[in-house]
Ligand binder design. Structure first.
Ligand SMILES: [Zn+2]
Length: 121
């Protein structure tokens, strides 16, 4: 990502933000879908625990396994499809993989710029 002419830090950031524009919306939609999947998974587990007395052990196991599978699918989806529209960095994968250091909470909650592109520019 060093092909752009360098004309000052502020200008670089502005160009970066606009280049993320369209694709960023799609990426964030995918991220939100994955979070929804995780939320459903969590609700499913909590609901199964709350209702444990009125469920048979088999039903409880099914509910828990189903919830875990939904959660894992959501994480897998997020890892594979939530990518930087500009450089293709897998944002969620970077978090899971530990590449994003300790800043991940901040940039997952406020994904405006790609940490990889920002590092490179
Ligand atoms: Zn990027």
């Amino acid at each position: 990502m060093r092909v752009q002419a360098r004309s000052g830090y502020v200008d670089q950031n502005r160009r970066h933000a606009s280049s993320l524009g369209n694709g960023l919306h799609r990426t964030l939609t995918k991220l939100h879908l994955a979070m929804l999947g995780l939320a459903i998974s969590g609700i499913g587990m909590v609901a199964a625990k709350v209702e444990i007395n009125s469920m048979s052990p088999a039903h409880f196991a099914e509910a828990m396994i189903g919830s875990v599978l939904v959660g894992l699918a959501a994480i897998a989806f997020a890892c594979g499809s939530v990518r930087c529209p500009r450089c293709g960095a897998r944002w969620v994968w970077m978090v899971v993989n530990g590449e994003a250091h300790d800043a991940w909470v901040r940039w997952l909650s406020d994904l405006r710029r790609c940490p990889k592109c920002v590092e490179e520019t």
